[in-house]
Design a protein around this ligand. Structure first.
Ligand code: MRU
Length: 355
Protein backbone atom coordinates (compact mmCIF):
# COMPACT_ATOMS: atom_id res chain seq x y z
CA UNK A 1 0.00 0.00 0.00
CA UNK A 2 1.11 3.53 -0.59
CA UNK A 3 1.93 5.61 2.49
CA UNK A 4 2.88 9.28 2.33
CA UNK A 5 6.02 9.91 4.35
CA UNK A 6 7.38 13.48 4.23
CA UNK A 7 5.27 14.12 1.13
CA UNK A 8 6.66 11.07 -0.74
CA UNK A 9 4.64 7.89 -1.36
CA UNK A 10 6.39 4.75 -0.07
CA UNK A 11 5.24 1.14 -0.39
CA UNK A 12 4.39 -0.82 2.75
CA UNK A 13 2.85 -4.13 3.62
CA UNK A 14 0.72 -4.35 6.76
CA UNK A 15 2.83 -7.15 8.22
CA UNK A 16 6.16 -8.75 7.36
CA UNK A 17 8.92 -10.79 9.00
CA UNK A 18 12.71 -10.37 8.98
CA UNK A 19 15.03 -12.66 10.97
CA UNK A 20 12.16 -13.89 13.17
CA UNK A 21 11.09 -10.36 14.08
CA UNK A 22 7.56 -9.53 12.94
CA UNK A 23 6.85 -5.95 11.86
CA UNK A 24 3.31 -4.60 11.80
CA UNK A 25 1.80 -1.21 11.05
CA UNK A 26 0.59 -0.18 14.52
CA UNK A 27 -3.11 0.32 13.69
CA UNK A 28 -4.47 1.76 16.98
CA UNK A 29 -2.05 4.71 16.44
CA UNK A 30 -3.55 5.55 13.03
CA UNK A 31 -4.51 8.00 11.64
CA UNK A 32 -2.54 10.17 14.07
CA UNK A 33 0.85 8.44 13.99
CA UNK A 34 2.38 6.05 11.48
CA UNK A 35 4.51 3.67 13.54
CA UNK A 36 5.75 0.13 13.12
CA UNK A 37 5.30 -2.32 15.98
CA UNK A 38 8.11 -4.89 16.27
CA UNK A 39 7.33 -8.23 17.83
CA UNK A 40 10.27 -10.36 18.88
CA UNK A 41 8.31 -13.17 20.54
CA UNK A 42 5.41 -15.25 19.34
CA UNK A 43 3.39 -14.50 22.47
CA UNK A 44 3.73 -10.77 21.73
CA UNK A 45 2.55 -11.48 18.19
CA UNK A 46 -0.51 -13.32 19.53
CA UNK A 47 -1.21 -10.36 21.82
CA UNK A 48 -0.89 -7.97 18.88
CA UNK A 49 -3.68 -9.91 17.15
CA UNK A 50 -5.81 -10.00 20.31
CA UNK A 51 -5.35 -6.26 20.97
CA UNK A 52 -5.89 -5.39 17.32
CA UNK A 53 -2.50 -3.82 16.63
CA UNK A 54 -3.06 -5.87 13.51
CA UNK A 55 -6.65 -6.66 12.47
CA UNK A 56 -8.74 -7.65 9.47
CA UNK A 57 -9.15 -11.28 8.41
CA UNK A 58 -6.34 -11.74 5.83
CA UNK A 59 -3.90 -9.65 7.90
CA UNK A 60 -4.38 -11.69 11.04
CA UNK A 61 -4.06 -14.88 8.97
CA UNK A 62 -0.65 -13.78 7.66
CA UNK A 63 0.45 -12.52 11.09
CA UNK A 64 -0.40 -15.88 12.66
CA UNK A 65 1.52 -17.67 9.86
CA UNK A 66 4.62 -15.60 10.64
CA UNK A 67 3.91 -16.09 14.35
CA UNK A 68 4.02 -19.85 13.95
CA UNK A 69 7.42 -19.57 12.23
CA UNK A 70 8.57 -17.25 15.00
CA UNK A 71 7.43 -19.77 17.62
CA UNK A 72 9.47 -22.46 15.86
CA UNK A 73 12.64 -20.36 16.02
CA UNK A 74 12.04 -19.56 19.69
CA UNK A 75 12.36 -23.26 20.55
CA UNK A 76 15.75 -24.08 22.08
CA UNK A 77 17.27 -27.52 21.72
CA UNK A 78 16.89 -30.37 19.26
CA UNK A 79 14.34 -32.71 20.87
CA UNK A 80 11.81 -33.08 18.04
CA UNK A 81 9.01 -34.48 20.19
CA UNK A 82 9.29 -31.59 22.62
CA UNK A 83 9.35 -29.25 19.64
CA UNK A 84 6.06 -30.71 18.36
CA UNK A 85 4.51 -30.11 21.79
CA UNK A 86 5.79 -26.52 21.75
CA UNK A 87 4.24 -25.94 18.31
CA UNK A 88 0.95 -27.45 19.39
CA UNK A 89 0.88 -25.00 22.26
CA UNK A 90 1.68 -22.07 19.92
CA UNK A 91 -1.15 -23.23 17.63
CA UNK A 92 -3.59 -23.11 20.57
CA UNK A 93 -2.37 -19.68 21.67
CA UNK A 94 -2.87 -18.23 18.18
CA UNK A 95 -6.24 -19.91 17.63
CA UNK A 96 -7.41 -18.42 20.89
CA UNK A 97 -6.71 -14.79 19.91
CA UNK A 98 -9.84 -13.97 17.90
CA UNK A 99 -12.62 -16.45 17.16
CA UNK A 100 -14.44 -15.20 14.06
CA UNK A 101 -12.10 -14.53 11.12
CA UNK A 102 -11.55 -17.83 9.33
CA UNK A 103 -8.23 -16.80 7.73
CA UNK A 104 -6.62 -17.15 11.17
CA UNK A 105 -7.57 -20.83 11.49
CA UNK A 106 -6.85 -21.53 7.83
CA UNK A 107 -3.32 -20.10 8.04
CA UNK A 108 -2.41 -21.86 11.30
CA UNK A 109 -3.56 -25.21 9.91
CA UNK A 110 -1.57 -24.56 6.76
CA UNK A 111 1.55 -23.91 8.82
CA UNK A 112 1.03 -27.10 10.88
CA UNK A 113 0.60 -29.09 7.64
CA UNK A 114 3.55 -27.30 6.05
CA UNK A 115 6.00 -28.59 8.67
CA UNK A 116 4.71 -32.17 8.46
CA UNK A 117 7.55 -33.53 6.25
CA UNK A 118 10.16 -32.35 8.79
CA UNK A 119 12.02 -34.90 10.90
CA UNK A 120 14.15 -32.44 12.89
CA UNK A 121 13.70 -29.10 14.62
CA UNK A 122 15.95 -27.35 12.12
CA UNK A 123 14.07 -28.74 9.13
CA UNK A 124 10.73 -27.70 10.61
CA UNK A 125 12.03 -24.19 11.29
CA UNK A 126 13.19 -23.78 7.70
CA UNK A 127 9.94 -25.20 6.30
CA UNK A 128 7.87 -22.81 8.44
CA UNK A 129 9.98 -19.81 7.51
CA UNK A 130 9.40 -20.51 3.82
CA UNK A 131 5.74 -21.49 4.24
CA UNK A 132 4.88 -18.32 6.18
CA UNK A 133 6.53 -16.06 3.61
CA UNK A 134 4.75 -17.94 0.82
CA UNK A 135 1.47 -17.57 2.70
CA UNK A 136 1.88 -13.78 2.99
CA UNK A 137 2.89 -13.41 -0.67
CA UNK A 138 -0.05 -15.53 -1.81
CA UNK A 139 -2.42 -13.57 0.40
CA UNK A 140 -1.25 -10.28 -1.13
CA UNK A 141 -1.60 -11.77 -4.62
CA UNK A 142 -5.16 -12.96 -3.92
CA UNK A 143 -6.11 -9.41 -2.95
CA UNK A 144 -4.39 -7.95 -6.01
CA UNK A 145 -6.51 -10.27 -8.20
CA UNK A 146 -9.66 -9.25 -6.30
CA UNK A 147 -8.75 -5.67 -7.18
CA UNK A 148 -8.28 -6.39 -10.87
CA UNK A 149 -11.44 -8.48 -11.11
CA UNK A 150 -13.65 -6.29 -8.93
CA UNK A 151 -12.64 -3.05 -10.60
CA UNK A 152 -14.84 -3.98 -13.57
CA UNK A 153 -17.94 -3.59 -11.38
CA UNK A 154 -17.13 0.09 -10.86
CA UNK A 155 -18.26 2.59 -13.45
CA UNK A 156 -16.68 5.98 -13.97
CA UNK A 157 -17.66 8.23 -11.05
CA UNK A 158 -19.38 5.44 -9.08
CA UNK A 159 -20.29 6.31 -5.51
CA UNK A 160 -19.48 3.35 -3.30
CA UNK A 161 -20.36 2.67 0.33
CA UNK A 162 -17.98 0.57 2.42
CA UNK A 163 -18.09 -0.59 6.03
CA UNK A 164 -15.23 -1.07 8.51
CA UNK A 165 -11.74 -1.31 7.03
CA UNK A 166 -11.47 -4.00 4.40
CA UNK A 167 -8.44 -2.27 2.97
CA UNK A 168 -4.73 -3.00 2.70
CA UNK A 169 -4.50 -2.50 6.47
CA UNK A 170 -6.84 -5.45 7.01
CA UNK A 171 -4.81 -7.59 4.59
CA UNK A 172 -1.16 -8.05 3.70
CA UNK A 173 -1.66 -5.54 0.90
CA UNK A 174 -4.28 -4.02 -1.48
CA UNK A 175 -7.35 -4.93 0.61
CA UNK A 176 -10.49 -6.88 -0.18
CA UNK A 177 -13.34 -4.34 -0.54
CA UNK A 178 -10.88 -1.49 -1.12
CA UNK A 179 -8.80 -3.36 -3.74
CA UNK A 180 -11.32 -2.81 -6.59
CA UNK A 181 -11.65 0.84 -5.52
CA UNK A 182 -7.85 1.25 -5.54
CA UNK A 183 -7.53 -0.28 -8.99
CA UNK A 184 -10.50 1.78 -10.19
CA UNK A 185 -8.65 4.92 -9.09
CA UNK A 186 -5.43 3.82 -10.86
CA UNK A 187 -7.37 3.31 -14.09
CA UNK A 188 -9.26 6.60 -14.16
CA UNK A 189 -12.66 5.43 -12.87
CA UNK A 190 -12.69 8.21 -10.27
CA UNK A 191 -14.55 6.37 -7.52
CA UNK A 192 -16.03 8.26 -4.60
CA UNK A 193 -16.31 6.42 -1.29
CA UNK A 194 -18.85 6.79 1.52
CA UNK A 195 -16.94 5.57 4.57
CA UNK A 196 -19.07 4.21 7.42
CA UNK A 197 -17.54 5.40 10.68
CA UNK A 198 -17.96 1.83 12.08
CA UNK A 199 -18.47 2.20 15.80
CA UNK A 200 -17.20 1.22 18.27
CA UNK A 201 -13.58 1.03 17.11
CA UNK A 202 -14.10 3.37 14.15
CA UNK A 203 -12.09 1.33 11.64
CA UNK A 204 -13.88 3.36 8.93
CA UNK A 205 -13.19 6.89 10.13
CA UNK A 206 -9.71 6.06 11.46
CA UNK A 207 -8.30 3.47 9.05
CA UNK A 208 -10.29 3.48 5.80
CA UNK A 209 -10.32 7.27 5.65
CA UNK A 210 -6.55 7.32 6.29
CA UNK A 211 -5.91 4.67 3.65
CA UNK A 212 -7.99 6.45 1.01
CA UNK A 213 -6.29 9.76 1.73
CA UNK A 214 -2.86 8.12 1.22
CA UNK A 215 -3.92 7.39 -2.37
CA UNK A 216 -5.89 10.60 -2.98
CA UNK A 217 -9.18 8.73 -3.38
CA UNK A 218 -12.13 11.01 -2.66
CA UNK A 219 -14.35 10.10 0.28
CA UNK A 220 -16.72 11.33 2.98
CA UNK A 221 -17.00 9.74 6.40
CA UNK A 222 -20.60 9.18 7.45
CA UNK A 223 -21.96 8.02 10.79
CA UNK A 224 -23.18 4.43 10.72
CA UNK A 225 -26.82 5.51 11.01
CA UNK A 226 -26.59 7.74 7.88
CA UNK A 227 -26.13 5.00 5.28
CA UNK A 228 -29.90 4.52 4.79
CA UNK A 229 -30.39 8.26 4.34
CA UNK A 230 -27.85 8.38 1.49
CA UNK A 231 -29.15 5.18 -0.11
CA UNK A 232 -32.70 6.51 -0.19
CA UNK A 233 -31.53 9.80 -1.69
CA UNK A 234 -29.96 7.85 -4.56
CA UNK A 235 -26.44 8.94 -3.67
CA UNK A 236 -24.98 5.44 -3.39
CA UNK A 237 -24.51 3.33 -6.55
CA UNK A 238 -23.07 0.20 -5.02
CA UNK A 239 -21.77 -1.26 -1.78
CA UNK A 240 -18.59 -3.29 -1.33
CA UNK A 241 -17.67 -4.85 2.01
CA UNK A 242 -15.19 -7.52 3.09
CA UNK A 243 -15.85 -10.69 5.06
CA UNK A 244 -14.43 -12.47 8.08
CA UNK A 245 -15.98 -15.81 7.23
CA UNK A 246 -18.24 -17.08 4.46
CA UNK A 247 -20.29 -20.21 5.11
CA UNK A 248 -21.09 -23.01 2.68
CA UNK A 249 -24.53 -21.57 1.86
CA UNK A 250 -23.02 -18.12 1.11
CA UNK A 251 -23.98 -16.40 4.39
CA UNK A 252 -21.44 -13.66 5.09
CA UNK A 253 -20.01 -12.84 8.51
CA UNK A 254 -18.48 -9.36 8.68
CA UNK A 255 -18.13 -6.34 10.95
CA UNK A 256 -21.16 -5.53 13.07
CA UNK A 257 -23.55 -3.35 11.06
CA UNK A 258 -22.95 -5.08 7.72
CA UNK A 259 -26.27 -6.91 7.93
CA UNK A 260 -28.36 -3.77 8.23
CA UNK A 261 -26.51 -2.17 5.28
CA UNK A 262 -27.35 -5.23 3.18
CA UNK A 263 -31.04 -5.09 4.12
CA UNK A 264 -31.15 -1.39 3.28
CA UNK A 265 -29.38 -2.07 -0.02
CA UNK A 266 -32.07 -4.59 -0.98
CA UNK A 267 -34.82 -2.14 -0.01
CA UNK A 268 -33.20 0.55 -2.19
CA UNK A 269 -32.23 -1.79 -5.07
CA UNK A 270 -28.51 -1.15 -4.69
CA UNK A 271 -26.03 -3.98 -5.52
CA UNK A 272 -24.37 -5.38 -2.40
CA UNK A 273 -20.98 -6.95 -3.17
CA UNK A 274 -18.73 -8.88 -0.81
CA UNK A 275 -15.02 -9.11 -1.65
CA UNK A 276 -13.08 -11.97 -0.06
CA UNK A 277 -10.24 -14.38 -0.85
CA UNK A 278 -10.82 -18.10 -0.63
CA UNK A 279 -8.93 -18.21 2.69
CA UNK A 280 -12.09 -16.66 4.18
CA UNK A 281 -14.44 -19.46 3.00
CA UNK A 282 -15.24 -21.96 5.71
CA UNK A 283 -17.28 -24.74 4.16
CA UNK A 284 -17.31 -26.65 7.45
CA UNK A 285 -19.89 -24.07 8.54
CA UNK A 286 -23.11 -24.89 6.75
CA UNK A 287 -24.63 -21.47 7.45
CA UNK A 288 -23.70 -18.27 9.24
CA UNK A 289 -25.45 -19.58 12.35
CA UNK A 290 -22.53 -22.00 12.87
CA UNK A 291 -19.98 -19.18 13.19
CA UNK A 292 -18.81 -18.04 16.62
CA UNK A 293 -19.28 -14.28 16.91
CA UNK A 294 -16.67 -12.47 18.98
CA UNK A 295 -18.00 -10.31 21.82
CA UNK A 296 -15.45 -7.70 22.84
CA UNK A 297 -15.01 -5.66 25.99
CA UNK A 298 -17.80 -3.20 26.82
CA UNK A 299 -15.13 -0.52 27.39
CA UNK A 300 -14.86 -0.12 23.59
CA UNK A 301 -18.39 1.30 23.70
CA UNK A 302 -18.30 3.19 27.00
CA UNK A 303 -15.15 5.15 26.09
CA UNK A 304 -13.80 6.94 23.00
CA UNK A 305 -10.14 7.06 22.08
CA UNK A 306 -8.22 9.68 20.09
CA UNK A 307 -5.71 12.53 20.23
CA UNK A 308 -6.28 15.84 21.99
CA UNK A 309 -5.19 19.31 20.85
CA UNK A 310 -1.65 18.58 22.04
CA UNK A 311 -1.65 15.47 19.83
CA UNK A 312 -1.50 13.23 22.88
CA UNK A 313 -3.51 9.99 22.91
CA UNK A 314 -6.37 10.10 25.39
CA UNK A 315 -9.41 8.05 26.32
CA UNK A 316 -12.62 9.78 27.40
CA UNK A 317 -15.72 8.25 28.96
CA UNK A 318 -18.92 8.90 27.04
CA UNK A 319 -21.46 6.79 28.97
CA UNK A 320 -22.79 7.26 32.51
CA UNK A 321 -20.81 5.70 35.35
CA UNK A 322 -22.08 2.20 35.92
CA UNK A 323 -23.54 1.86 32.39
CA UNK A 324 -23.33 -1.60 30.82
CA UNK A 325 -22.95 -2.37 27.11
CA UNK A 326 -23.02 -5.33 24.72
CA UNK A 327 -20.33 -5.41 22.06
CA UNK A 328 -20.66 -8.09 19.37
CA UNK A 329 -17.88 -7.44 16.83
CA UNK A 330 -19.52 -9.14 13.83
CA UNK A 331 -22.91 -10.05 12.38
CA UNK A 332 -24.26 -12.44 9.78
CA UNK A 333 -25.69 -11.23 6.47
CA UNK A 334 -27.96 -13.96 5.09
CA UNK A 335 -27.05 -15.04 1.57
CA UNK A 336 -30.27 -13.66 0.03
CA UNK A 337 -29.01 -10.10 0.60
CA UNK A 338 -25.67 -10.65 -1.14
CA UNK A 339 -25.63 -9.76 -4.87
CA UNK A 340 -22.21 -11.22 -5.76
CA UNK A 341 -19.01 -12.35 -4.11
CA UNK A 342 -15.78 -11.06 -5.65
CA UNK A 343 -12.93 -13.56 -5.21
CA UNK A 344 -9.46 -13.93 -6.69
CA UNK A 345 -10.95 -16.50 -9.08
CA UNK A 346 -13.83 -14.40 -10.39
CA UNK A 347 -17.21 -12.92 -9.47
CA UNK A 348 -19.71 -15.52 -8.19
CA UNK A 349 -23.30 -15.83 -7.17
CA UNK A 350 -23.06 -16.42 -3.41
CA UNK A 351 -24.84 -19.81 -3.65
CA UNK A 352 -22.33 -20.91 -6.24
CA UNK A 353 -18.90 -20.41 -4.67
CA UNK A 354 -15.87 -22.31 -6.01
CA UNK A 355 -14.65 -25.07 -3.66
O1 MRU B 1 -12.52 -6.40 13.99
P1 MRU B 1 -11.74 -6.24 12.72
O2 MRU B 1 -11.25 -4.84 12.52
O3 MRU B 1 -10.64 -7.26 12.60
O4 MRU B 1 -12.79 -6.53 11.59
C1 MRU B 1 -12.41 -6.45 10.25
C2 MRU B 1 -13.56 -6.64 9.33
O5 MRU B 1 -14.66 -6.88 9.72
C3 MRU B 1 -13.26 -6.59 7.86
O6 MRU B 1 -14.38 -6.14 7.17
C4 MRU B 1 -12.91 -7.99 7.37
O7 MRU B 1 -11.85 -8.57 8.07
C5 MRU B 1 -12.73 -7.98 5.91
S1 MRU B 1 -11.17 -7.97 5.12
C6 MRU B 1 -10.08 -6.97 5.86
Amino acid sequence: MKVKINGKQEDFRTVWMENSVIFMIDQPKLPHKFEIYRSKKYRWTANAIRNMIVRGAPAIGATAAFGMAQAAFEFKGDNFLEFLGHMDNAKKIFKDTRPTAYDLFYSIDRMMNGMRPATSVEEAQELLKKASQRYADESAERCRRIGEIGEKLIEKGSKILTHCNAGALGCVDYGTALAPIRFGKYHGREPFVFVDETRPRCQGSMLTAWELSQEDIEYSIIVDNAAGYFMRKGEIDLIIVGADRIALNGDVVNKIGTYEKAVLARENEIPFYVAAPQSTFDFSCKTGKDVRIEERDEEEILYMWGVDQKKEFNRVRIAPDGAVARNPAFDVTPVEYVSKIITEKGVYDPEDLPG
